[in-house]
Design a protein around this ligand. Structure first.
Ligand code: NAD
Length: 352
């Protein structure tokens, strides 16, 4: 018999629900014991995998053996399931975007506090290696003081699936991928945001955005460009980062990339003019080989615990959550500011 401590039921056993079940299999403290989904075929699949299939949410919540409800449904029903689960005395893990508005999240947080149960949002991309490398460069000033960070994900497959095309379900790419990239930026740059500019794209003709470009200016002088595209047949690099001593680039999730830094030991040589198009330029001539050093990307500092271990430690009051509810709320407010900036074509300066 399993020695695992906490029994988890996954509500919404689709793509991500199933992915959680495979990850939790490798975890020592959590154990998926059951699933609930509105689709019978997903319940049948759960049974095939050896899980208990619940016929409705009420039976999950009434089951005293269940410690944790993990919500992996479409976005619009996260909040009602979360509140019901908390009120039934369950701890809750909820997929991102946790809610469609900051107000809904405030309500969940209030219930969690009232019933004294743990509620954590699965902002799992805080554990992504590419992000942790950039965070390491930022924290350690590996390329000097970082003053511009460009974070992009580009695909050419359009908006995936069914419900992600519909506003009623909380579809669109800002809520889907934007929530990750903005969360990473807020987690890394410890400074107030003083302005938000944004444009959403509707190239595919859906009622929800198929991508966006946003620019955030932080009080400490950092500018962040955050972009998601789903009609990009050529992808720009995942990260392009500029510091006072160098520039870094990470191509993609294979971690291909480099840092190019100014070489202070080299004698300063005036660049020679090069032919550029029909003109000549010294400004855009490459630096001499001696003028720069090309370095490997740094080894990232890992988070102290995995998401699931951290969740269990928070239940046991042995650790602070790595994904804090105050941070999740700030991110939702930022998403609202991005929507507002795009809708009004205005720069939002009163975000916080
Ligand atoms: P999906 O469509 O594959 O799965 C959703 C499942 O929920 C479906 O099986 C559907 O039948 C079921 N469902 C719908 N309404 C329900 C309800 N009221 N009660 C119970 N089940 C219900 O979608 P997905 O891609 O798995 O996305 C699910 C959630 O996970 C979304 O919030 C999404 O944003 C999130 N997600 C997170 C990541 C990540 O890396 N953190 C990745 C993908 C998806």
């Amino acid at each position: 018999m399993s020695q695992k401590k906490y029994s988890v039921v996954i509500v919404g056993f689709g793509g991500m629900g199933h992915y959680h079940s495979t990850l939790i299999k490798k975890n020592d403290v959590l154990e998926v014991t059951g699933v609930y989904d509105v689709k019978q075929e997903r319940l049948d699949y759960g049974i095939e995998l050896g899980y208990q299939a619940y016929p409705n949410l009420a039976e999950v919540l009434a089951d005293k053996k269940v410690d944790v409800v993990l919500i992996a449904t479409p976005n619009d029903v996260h909040s009602e399931i979360a509140i019901a689960a908390l009120e039934a005395g369950k701890h809750v893990i909820c997929e991102k975007p946790v809610t469609l508005s900051s107000q809904e999240f405030i309500e969940i947080d209030a219930v969690a506090k009232k019933v004294n149960k743990v509620f954590m949002t699965h902002q799992n991309r805080r554990w992504d290696e590419d992000f942790l490398i950039v965070k390491e460069m930022y924290d350690q000033q590996s390329i000097g003081d970082i003053f511009q960070i460009e974070s992009r994900v580009h695909g050419a497959n359009g908006i995936p699936g069914d419900w992600r095309h519909e506003a009623a379900h909380g579809g669109g790419m800002l809520l889907d991928w934007g929530v990750h990239l903005l969360d990473q930026m807020l987690y890394m740059v410890d400074s107030k945001i003083i302005s938000v500019r944004a444009e959403l794209s509707f190239i595919l003709g859906d009622e929800v955005d198929d991508g966006f470009i946003s620019t955030l200016t932080f009080e400490n002088g950092v500018t962040a460009i955050v972009e998601v595209g789903t009609t990009n047949y050529i992808s720009l690099p995942r990260w392009y980062v500029k510091g006072t001593e160098g520039t870094a680039l990470i191509e993609d999730w294979s971690m291909k990339g480099k840092m190019v830094k100014r070489n202070w030991d080299a004698e300063k040589v005036e660049p020679k003019p090069i032919q550029a198009g029909v003109g000549l330029t010294k400004t855009m001539a490459p630096p001499s080989e001696e003028a720069t050093n090309t370095l490997d990307l740094p080894q990232p500092q890992q988070n102290s615990q995995s998401f699931y271990d951290n969740f269990a430690s928070v239940i046991e009051e042995k650790a602070e959550p790595i994904v804090k509810n105050t941070e999740v709320l700030r991110n939702l407010r930022l998403i609202e500011a991005v929507f507002e900036a795009a809708r009004t074509n205005q720069i939002i300066t009163k975000f916080e």
